[in-house]
Design a protein around this ligand. Structure first.
Ligand SMILES: Cc1ncc(COP(=O)(O)O)c(C=O)c1O
Length: 407
């Protein structure tokens, strides 16, 4: 029987994650036999390290197929704590570490743990598409702070001062950053951390792309404030997106609230993934370094290609595996343009608008794809632009109303 009411207002308010919408459209085209180059999703195309795969297999064979403690198996939490000491010289008690099924559910649970309805959270714009939605899902209000061109694509105390109100509860910082690949200097992390602490705000530092940048070690916010909330995970640096495993480090007062939320909402992270995670932490560094090296090569290829297209790059990409390209010389509506490029050139990219209003007129390239695929994507886009320009008779307008600049 049909009910008299539809989905909740909260569900209606949450916009789609456009990168995933583009991926779904791309998959449909592939099913029709089209060749598509995938530069839209933030999923490393590398396999998980073989020792990690073996550890997962062993865990399943040995019967680790049950629930675990809600906060995660103690050996994994201890291994994570050890990592903070070895890499950063920071002492973190394993008691303050919460393991979850990826950083996404942990960010959702954190929002539920710290926000009351109407509380505001400062998020970077451009910034990771899902940040505003974790906040909305918890009844909070995301406030997108200018981290655009005028600020070198970084959060700054100046912009934060303009956005903070007496309803502000938290600030989310992300470096290396999605969607720009910008990496914050340690002094910037220190400044942002101090600013949040001075105002009594929660600082959530999303460090999921640590290990994948031009820096030998990116500074964790915990170095500057032991009460910072750090969110991290295995998805990116160990190429383990599908295992669904992440962690966060929280002040003691948040452990019990997160434990209760996990018990009720998620129960625990997959047992075999947790076992494999221990091996990743103990033996995966070499894999991360090799991946970072290969990603640098791909970034060089992509930047050269974008130069050839005449597309400016937002900020200075030094990490993660993203470049945000300014396409305003040819298109202003990034969603429409991304769909055109997918349908007509067979290149899947994420519209800038996914990352906030200040990334409109841009496209995000994820270079988690081999060099040859990146080169081919640039060739296809180049051919598409030339075709569109020719179709418009050089008048600067295509049938799709995408402006095409003379090259
Ligand atoms: C900045 C950022 N944070 C968090 C996540 C979520 O990662 P996961 O849930 O796989 O840990 C992503 C994924 O793309 C991301 O880009």
């Amino acid at each position: 029987m049909r009910r008299g009411f539809g989905p909740s207002r909260r569900a209606e308010e949450i916009p789609p994650f456009l990168a995933m919408d583009i991926l779904a459209r791309a998959r449909r085209l592939e099913e029709q036999g089209r060749s598509i180059i995938h530069l839209e999703v933030g999923d490393p195309d590398f396999p998980s390290p073989p020792d990690v795969v073996e550890a997962g297999r062993r865990a399943l064979a040995e019967g680790r197929t049950h629930y675990t403690e809600a906060l995660g198996i103690p050996r994994l939490r201890e291994a994570i704590a050890r990592r903070y000491f070895t890499l950063h010289g920071v002492e973190v008690s394993p008691e303050r570490i919460v393991v979850g099924s990826g950083s996404s559910p942990l960010l959702t649970m954190l929002a539920l743990a710290i926000l009351d309805p109407g509380d505001e959270v400062l998020v970077p714009d451009p910034g990771y598409s899902c940040y505003p939605n974790y906040v909305r899902a918890a009844g909070g209000v995301p406030v997108q702070v200018d981290a655009g061109e005028a600020f070198g694509y970084r959060l700054s105390v100046e912009a934060l001062e303009r956005a903070v109100t007496n309803r502000t509860k938290a600030l989310i910082v992300n470096s290396p950053a999605n969607p720009t690949g910008v990496v914050y200097h340690p002094d910037e992390v220190r400044q942002l951390t101090a600013w949040a602490a001075e105002r009594g705000l929660w600082l959530i530092s999303d460090e999921i792309y640590h290990g994948l940048s031009d820096r030998p070690v990116e500074p964790t916010a915990l170095r500057f404030d032991p009460d910072a909330i750090v969110v991290d995970g295995f998805s990116k640096r160990f190429a383990m997106t599908g295992w669904r495993l992440g962690w966060c480090v929280v002040p003691e007062e948040l452990v019990r609230p997160l434990m209760k939320l996990q018990q009720n909402l998620m129960v625990c992270a997959p047992a075999a993934a947790q076992e494999a995670g221990i091996v990743a932490l103990e033996q995966g560094e070499g894999h991360t370094r090799a991946m970072a090296e290969e990603l640098r090569r791909r970034r060089r290829t992509l930047l050269a290609g974008l130069e050839r297209l005449g597309w400016r790059v937002a900020g200075r990409p030094e990490g993660a595996f993203y470049v945000l390209a300014d396409v305003r010389s040819v298109a202003t509506d990034s969603r429409r343009f991304a769909i055109q490029l997918l349908d007509h050139a067979g290149v899947a990219l994420t519209p800038g608008i996914d990352f906030g209003p200040r990334a409109e007129g841009h496209l995000r390239f994820s270079y988690a794809a081999p060099v040859a695929a990146i080169e081919e994507a640039i060739d296809r886009i180049h051919a598409f632009l030339q075709g569109a320009q020719a179709a418009a008779g050089g008048a600067g307008e295509t049938a799709g109303r995408t402006r095409v600049a003379p090259k």
